[in-house]
Unconditional design. Structure first.
Length: 268
């Protein structure tokens, strides 16, 4: 994880530490998530443009886990993700705008979908009374050299949103993890708007997928991308070591070290 983001996460965690039970009380309830599993297959739904190539209505009734702006998908009401994930607030995002974005997502997500956020952002949810009709679960992210997936304790910090979901689906016991929209090719958009399955003007956030997202320059963004690829690679090897299988369902994805499979093949 890049040093600037790490410093920010540590600072936010410190702000909230005085209110956290030393036994990680906010994390203990994560064990109850095991009851949501209805299949051995999990689908991780991200926002890459390859999503538009797939008929995701086929995922109705599957165990789906979405992230970020996936709530903008036209079939979100049929897919009904079991959990929707939000990465931690961090610069250059604007806090007020970030809070408005969470409220927008709350209105768009199916009522059956609960929320997962970083423990460092619990203060935002509490102070602004967000998601009052949903259950909110928290994961505590720490920088580690090895993969940690026990979500009742600190887990491996994620460089990018979809990686937040990996510890959860592993802890819940899924044997097959399928990536949808994890294209990981945003560097091709350097200094421009980032391509996603939705139009740029649909993104409620500022400084996230517009040209301002590149404000820290090419070296910083290359390092972030490399760290993300390294984490995907480590998880792929980790799942293999446990007899599990990670599949990439995006034919546009730069994650070429993860075995490709079509959506139709994954559903058989």
């Amino acid at each position: 994880m890049n040093k600037k983001l790490l410093r920010y996460i540590k600072r936010q965690a410190y702000i909230y530490t005085s209110d956290i039970n030393p036994k990680n009380k906010p994390l203990k309830i994560n064990n109850e998530l095991k009851k949501i599993k209805t299949s051995d297959k999990a689908y991780i739904l991200a926002t890459g443009p390859s999503v538009n190539k797939l008929d995701l209505k086929q995922l109705e009734g599957q165990d789906c886990f979405s992230v970020s702006n996936f709530f903008l998908h036209k079939d979100i009401g049929k897919i009904k993700p079991k959990l929707h994930f939000f990465a931690a607030y961090h610069p250059p995002l604007i806090l007020e705008n970030f809070i408005d974005w969470l409220r927008t997502a709350d209105k768009a997500l199916p009522p059956e979908t609960n929320i997962v956020m970083s423990l460092s952002n619990k203060y935002i949810v509490d102070e602004h009374k967000l998601f009052d009709k949903r259950k909110v679960y928290y994961i505590d992210q720490v920088v580690t050299k090895r993969i940690r997936t026990n979500i009742t304790r600190p887990v491996t910090a994620a460089q990018t949103g979809p990686l937040m979901i990996f510890p959860v689906v592993d802890y819940l016991g899924y044997e097959q993890i399928n990536l949808i929209g994890c294209d990981m090719n945003t560097l091709k958009n350097y200094k421009q708007n980032v391509d996603n399955f939705y139009r740029q003007e649909q993104d409620p956030r500022k400084n996230s997928t517009d040209s301002n997202t590149w404000c820290d320059g090419i070296i910083y963004n290359l390092k972030c991308a490399l760290n993300a690829f390294d984490q995907f690679k480590k998880y792929d090897e980790y799942f293999i070591s446990k007899g599990k299988k990670l599949y990439n369902l995006s034919d546009e994805s730069w994650l070429d070290f993860i075995e490709f499979r079509s959506l139709e093949q994954s559903l058989k």
